[in-house]
Ligand binder design. Structure first.
Ligand SMILES: *Cc1c(COP(=O)(O)O)cnc(C)c1O
Length: 356
């Protein structure tokens, strides 16, 4: 049975990663032990952690100021951990509110200090990326979401600012080339584009740490995680293993540059079909459309249910839009093959011709 997995997260992983991960669940590296049964301080696991870190460094082209961490929790933990480490109570952090995830980050930051929302796309239901805004020169940092998973918008450029730049890249990490060294801190929940739920990739420029006056609980302090090589306590062993395998796969695919080409092709194919078929409509401003999460609606809302039915029959998963946005959302993460997008656009064509 061919299935097409357009889920928004947790989402599709490369088949070979799933096969290797399931093998390791029973017999890891011919040790006779499951990956779930080995101590995290054994060489068996230390090798996994070392390889995961070094692959991330290599794929992102990181300089020596940047540290790679694999930390517990989802991106939601980082909404708190970022201001905990970087925002003094009397200081102000600048945030861009591009959608659901960005506004959740704002809410958490307000628990730690002042927040100035320097740009928002709320006036148009977050269907565009704000372009004209200024960031106070004394802001502790600027935080934004590179790809808005729910609303289907994505930044094409890196915002210009002199203050430390922080990005939630949960839904487009390693999907396109970027100057990752430009960022003071990057975080991404692994379950969208690089692995299993339960772990965050955090890339941090160590020079920005240690400047807040508050006391930071041990488990929340990035500096302590750096000192301990992401092994302050028992790390999410299996989730890190799956990330490592996915990073290995990505390297084999030609790294970020290689996957970006395929991602561009996938997104063009789908947007082109949406534009061509009068039955479908994208609401997001053309220049700000996400290449990871393609959000669109039916020109006539009455057919939405029928189309979703047809998708279900064809084993196409995850096409229904987020409950806050409605319509459809088709996620084209790194592991999704071009053939799935071709199958989906063929179905759109077929459905359109039968309806017209
Ligand atoms: C999914 C997502 C989150 C939340 O991730 P969790 O791991 O569930 O906490 C945050 N930001 C973005 C951009 C996301 O796509």
């Amino acid at each position: 049975m061919t299935v097409h997995n357009f889920n928004a997260g947790p989402s599709i992983l490369p088949k070979e990663v799933l096969e290797q991960a399931s093998e390791a669940l029973v017999n890891f590296n011919n040790s006779g032990l499951s990956i779930l049964e080995i101590g995290h301080r054994t060489p068996l696991f230390q090798n996994i952690m070392d390889e995961a870190v070094s692959l991330a460094r290599e794929l992102m082209n990181l300089d020596s100021h940047h540290e790679v961490l694999f930390l517990h929790g989802g991106a939601t933990t980082q909404f708190m951990q970022v201001p905990y480490n970087l925002l003094d109570e009397t200081k102000t952090a600048a945030y861009i509110d591009n959608g659901v995830w960005g506004s959740k980050a704002v809410k958490e930051a307000r628990l730690f200090g002042n927040v100035e929302v320097v740009a928002s796309s709320k006036d148009k239901d977050h269907t565009y990326i704000p372009k004209d805004f200024s960031v106070p020169a004394d802001a502790a940092y600027l935080h934004y979401t590179t790809n808005n998973t729910i609303e289907g918008t994505q930044w094409n450029t890196i915002p210009e600012t002199d203050v430390p730049l922080i990005a939630d890249m949960s839904s487009d990490i390693l999907s396109r080339q970027m100057n990752f060294n430009r960022f003071a801190l990057i975080y991404a929940g692994a379950q969208k584009n690089m692995g299993a739920a339960g772990v965050n990739l955090v890339v941090v420029n160590k020079n920005i740490l240690g400047k807040v006056s508050r006391k930071i609980p041990t488990i929340m302090d990035y500096r302590i995680h750096i000192e301990n090589g992401s092994m302050l306590n028992t790390p999410p062993v299996f989730a890190i293993y799956v990330s490592m395998l996915t990073l290995r796969w990505l390297k084999k695919m030609g790294g970020v540059a290689g996957i970006e080409k395929i991602n561009n092709e996938k997104a063009s194919l789908l947007y082109e079909a949406i534009e061509r078929l009068p039955m479908f409509k994208a609401k997001v401003a053309e220049e700000d459309r996400s290449k990871m999460n393609i959000v669109f609606v039916a020109a006539n809302p009455d057919i939405e249910k029928d189309f979703l039915e047809v998708c279900k029959k064809e084993n196409m998963y995850g096409v229904k839009g987020h409950r806050l946005v409605g319509g459809f959302r088709v996620s084209l993460y790194n592991a999704l093959p071009l053939s799935s997008v071709k199958a989906f656009t063929a179905l759109m064509e077929d459905f359109s011709s039968r309806y017209n």
